[in-house]
Design a protein around this ligand. Structure first.
Ligand code: SF4
Length: 450
């Protein structure tokens, strides 16, 4: 049963010393009750309080780490049900499956295609996170060899799905890489004992919430402590319902017996796996296993994931400043936009498509897009005039002509008044920039002298 803020408050020193960063002990207790602070942030707390509140201050969804080093994947460790309450910390991991029944050439090709699933979007690299090795061959030695090849070729953490005999064989080859073990439902207890002995995380599979709770209890009884819950849904609707149910039990009700990160295997004939993956990315899945390695399916999923797991209070931004595009010269056009990453990369690629070398002036707008920044008073005639004066752009070009985003055309007159720069109103949409730039007459950028 979760402790209330009042329960927690009774155990705190009640001195309001503020060492925790909160103004009062009660404010701190409320943060702890919400899972947003830990007792370790209260230095004066007694040993008794630390012992009693240790569990209460643990994240409602445990943190499970798969893999090691830079590429380790963290599952769970979330504290809120809705992103706007705070943020989501750990993006849903995506694992692509590999069958150990593939021949050497087909295996190599499969691993090559998984490694190639990496894309750049708005300055970030989006890639799949794990390789899921399936035991289809019936030969534990072959399973171990496939796991070893997958690790060596892709360098990504592994999910090993197989019988305990196959898992034991694979652990001898790749155990040090800290794979996630996934035995079949009938071998939960034996798999848990193996995971406990090897100190590895374990995915527990059982159909439905009640069956899953019982299987998780059996795994705990066998000594496994780092658990991932797989409710084995029959279709997307059940998967989403299970996922929401488990997350609500964890975050809202602190039901520790089922509060674990979730894994969903959307391969092996799962109906409409792409749609299921889209829904589960939005609704709490910690790990998805897919059979497809088709970039046309994976890239949209990674894009959706990137959007969902970007902190809404900290949009992806680029540094403000002057960005030269192409072989610029003193007569190159100067365009301006905001430092919202998506805006920057969109405008940049459209300018590149125009094949017109240009300077792109990026204004500090807290990562907001043009219209949002204008509405928030962060992209104004005054701030743009100040940027023209202070950025150093005047020393790079011999003209004084600025191309302004068409959406804020209304700022043009005041900018001209404040800056002595001439303003050309650009297109409303960045996609029209290539034709706009190509049609600009050279006379648009007349040098100034003196
Ligand atoms: Fe209270 Fe502890 Fe915070 Fe001090 S550090 S205000 S004692 S909760």
């Amino acid at each position: 049963m979760a402790l209330t803020a009042l329960d927690i408050y009774k155990l705190l020193p009640k001195t309001n010393c503020k060492d925790c960063g909160f103004p009062t002990c009660l404010a701190f207790a409320m943060q702890m009750a919400a899972g947003k602070a830990g007792i370790d942030k209260c230095p004066p707390a007694s040993e008794e309080a630390k012992a009693a509140l240790g569990a209460a201050s643990a994240p409602p969804l445990p943190r499970i780490v798969v893999g090691t080093g830079d590429r380790a994947v963290t599952l769970g460790d979330e504290v809120v049900l809705f992103r706007h309450e705070k943020t989501f910390y750990h993006p849903t991991a995506i694992a692509i499956s590999v069958s150990d029944a593939l021949g050497d050439e087909a295996l190599e090709e499969r691993l090559r295609s998984i490694s190639a699933l990496s894309f750049e979007r708005v300055g970030q690299i989006l890639a799949v996170d794990m390789v899921a090795v399936r035991f289809d061959s019936g030969d534990p030695a072959r399973f171990a060899k496939t796991a070893s090849a997958s690790l060596a070729r892709c360098g990504k953490p592994l999910l090993l799905s197989g019988t305990c005999a196959a898992l034991a064989a694979a652990i001898r080859e790749v155990g040090a890489s800290r794979p996630l073990l996934r035995p079949p439902p009938g071998e939960t207890a034996a798999g848990a004992a193996l995971a406990a002995a090897e100190k590895l995380p374990l995915a527990v599979s059982a159909r439905g919430i009640e069956g899953l709770a019982a299987a998780l209890a059996a795994a705990r009884a066998a000594g496994a402590t780092e658990l991932v819950a797989d409710p084995k849904p029959a279709d997307a609707a059940v998967a989403v319902a299970d996922s929401i149910f488990i997350r609500r039990l964890a975050i809202v009700h602190r039901a520790q017996e089922i509060a674990y990160p979730t894994a969903f295997d959307l391969g092996q004939g799962f109906p409409r796996p792409f749609e299921a993956a889209c829904l589960l990315l939005s609704k709490y899945a910690s790990l998805l296993v897919l059979d497809t390695a088709d970039p046309a399916e994976i890239f949209p999923l990674l894009t959706l994931r990137q959007n969902l797991f970007t902190d809404p209070q900290r949009p992806i931004q680029v540094d403000p400043g002057i960005y030269p595009i192409g072989k610029i010269s003193p007569s190159s056009p100067v365009l301006i936009t905001t430092n919202f990453s998506l805006t920057y990369f969109t405008v940049r690629s459209d300018v590149e498509a125009a094949k017109t070398p240009a300077y792109l002036l990026i204004a500090e707008c807290d990562g907001m897009s043009v219209l949002t920044a204008w509405a928030a008073g962060k992209f104004t005639s005054e701030s743009i005039a100040a940027l023209l004066a202070e950025s150093g752009i005047s020393g790079k070009v011999d003209h004084r002509t600025l191309i302004l985003p068409g959406m804020v055309a209304r700022l043009s007159g005041k900018i001209e008044e404040l800056s002595q720069w001439r303003v050309l109103v650009g297109p409303q949409e960045s996609s029209a920039l290539p034709s706009y730039l190509r049609r600009l007459p050279p006379a648009a950028f007349v040098p100034v002298h003196g």
